[in-house]
Design a protein around this ligand. Sequence first.
Ligand code: MEV
Length: 306
Amino acid sequence: MNFGFGQAHAKAHLLGEHSVVYGYPAIIAPLLSLSTKAEVIDSDKTLIETDNFSGTMFQLNYRFSGIYSLLTELLNFFEEPDLTFKLHIKSNIPSKKGLGSSAAYAVAIVKAFCDYFDYHYSDEEVFKIAQISENKNHGRSSGGDTYAVMAEGPIFFDTNKDATILKLDTKAYIVVADSGTAGLTSQAVQLVADNYEKDPETFGNYFKQMGAIAEKGREEIIADDLKDFGRLMTENQNLLAKLGVSTPYLERLIKIALNNGALGAKLTGGGLGGSIVALTDTEAKAAEIKIALNKAGAPESWISKI
Ligand code: MEV
């Protein structure tokens, strides 16, 4: 019996979501406690099973066209277009929360098929194939999520220069909290594109400022200057609000994190719902912020060391 396994984890944007779609850099941290695992097993009939779907390729195309396109591409890549298989996917990454669940699905599936065919892949190869589904899901995708869900450390993602893992010696912790509302990245990306089209000068200027914040943020996180890095996160949040992707739910949680001693806080990912991320320099402070956010109604939250 032939078998393949692949996995990927969640991510949180610390700086630079949205502006990254327009060519500016972003800093993205892995959330290793949340992951997606995919298994491919021989079978005489194709069956795809996830936490919220069970069906054939045909049914998959109807519900999740991004994953359908990805599987079709993978079977062509391995020159086995008629292969029948069972694909089982298990994930504890909440979807529509800005935490990279769609990218983690795509990467876990690509890695599982590479393993099934005993194919030794590079990150670039996995990235190229996984982006097929990401581009379909997001409408327009920077690729930052796809690299971040594979990377073991925080990345500086520059659409021109690709992803560099930041070698950090930092005391930083992040608290990521679900706002309890869903945010669809494709809608957020579309909203920002519409706003940009209506007023390219103003929105282009916001992207530029966000790019400068991410560049500065790289220096500060490398220097472990967390007060300044936190300030940049909050500045980035103000610009995200100007782009139109923040919500009162997100802003309430951001305020609670800051009032409880976070060094900075912002929405993370596409916005319009989803999650926030707050920065601290001790694990104890992170635990306090987590409790405050949960008390304020965040249904789930996670602490991660950077
Ligand atoms: C979504 O997690 C991040 C965005 O910048 C979209 C992208 O980078 O493709 C909003």
